[in-house]
Design a protein around this ligand. Structure first.
Ligand SMILES: Nc1ncnc2c1ncn2[C@@H]1O[C@H](COP(=O)(O)OP(=O)(O)O)[C@@H](O)[C@H]1O
Ligand SMILES: [Mg+2]
Length: 298
């Protein structure tokens, strides 16, 4: 017997195999818990401004008790929340995690340990900046090697390792007009990290990721995974980071360093297939249970 209705909002323009798989995984888990979960592309839910109705919805879409928001369409997420829907994750958490600059600032505001980071000065797209000598001060402050990251990116695809001043200049020059940041390299963690999957203030599963040929440990970048038992400190660091950004669901990446754990980043929309296969823990069921217990219109 179905007792709840929910929407799984995904991006209609990014409907890859990975996202199709995620959708199937979640809708099947939902069904196991009596939740009728409707996949809805973000372009089916049109946010309307200054009109009688704030949403232009398709016909025959049943109203949800809660929404699994697996997209990064922030204005849409805000509009849904303004209309009383409970989103998992909340719009604010998605927005903060989407932009690595906001995420690192949120970590700092909550005292989450993270690598030293400098935000690139804003440059207008298609205008850029001719004089990038600020880079000398970045190099002096952070040293080399260094990691440069675009503010918006995933799967390690917009993260760059720079060893020399020339490479730093080239990378910075190429990224003028693209929001990005400069970050101290965590050498001890080269090619390895740990991913802790946090659901509703608890660590649900963890794995260690290692890459033999790349500084990035992302699975999509070729990282291999093994189940991992995090220390109490690592669990606390992951929960602290998830709280700092207000995330119900969080894929928290920690560096593998000596001493207190250092947080690399949080993914507000983590793909869970690899952690399920690696650990055998069905985090998708825990996610559904969390949404049922916390959901309902606000
Ligand atoms: N400061 C750093 N020092 C060393 N390795 C890093 C650093 N930042 C990121 N990495 C490596 O690169 C990977 C991808 O970086 P991350 O910030 O998680 O970007 P993405 O959102 O693309 O996954 C991390 O999982 C980690 O292995
Ligand atoms: Mg990552």
């Amino acid at each position: 017997m179905t007792s709840h209705v929910s929407w799984l909002v995904y991006n209609g323009g990014l409907y890859t195999e990975k996202f199709k798989d995620y959708q199937q995984l979640m809708t099947k888990a939902a069904a196991r818990h009596g939740v009728e979960m409707h996949p809805v592309a973000n372009d089916q839910l049109l946010a309307a401004v200054g009109m009688d109705s704030p949403l232009v919805l398709p016909d025959h879409l049943p109203a949800p008790d809660f929404i699994h928001f697996a997209d990064k369409d922030i204005p849409l997420a805000d509009t849904l929340e303004e209309n009383g829907f409970r989103l998992f994750n909340k719009a604010e958490a998605v927005a903060v995690c989407d932009d690595k600059r906001l995420m690192h600032r949120a970590f700092a505001a909550s005292g989450v340990r993270q690598p030293a980071t400098i935000l690139a000065p804003m440059a207008y797209p298609n205008v850029g900046r001719k004089d990038i000598s600020y880079i000398d001060r970045v190099e002096k402050a952070l040293g080399l090697p260094m990691v440069v990251k675009e503010a918006f990116g995933s799967f390690g695809e917009q993260v760059y390792w720079v060893e020399t001043k020339e490479a730093l200049y080239d990378t910075a020059a190429r990224l003028q007009g693209v929001p990005h940041l400069y970050q101290e390299a965590v050498m001890e963690s080269f090619g390895r990290d740990v991913r802790l999957n946090v659901i509703g203030g608890k660590v649900a599963a963890s794995m260690k990721r290692t890459s033999e040929h790349d500084f990035r440990a992302n699975v999509t970048a070729g990282g291999r995974t093994v189940p991992y038992e995090p220390t109490r400190e690592q669990k606390e660091a992951a929960l602290h980071a998830a709280r700092a950004v207000g995330a119900d669901f969080a894929g928290v990446d920690l560096f593998l360093n000596e001493g207190s754990p250092i947080v690399c980043e949080i993914n507000s929309n983590p793909h869970v297939r690899s952690i399920i296969e690696c650990t055998g823990v069905h985090v998708e069921d825990t996610m559904i249970r969390h949404m049922i217990s916390e959901g309902g219109r606000v």
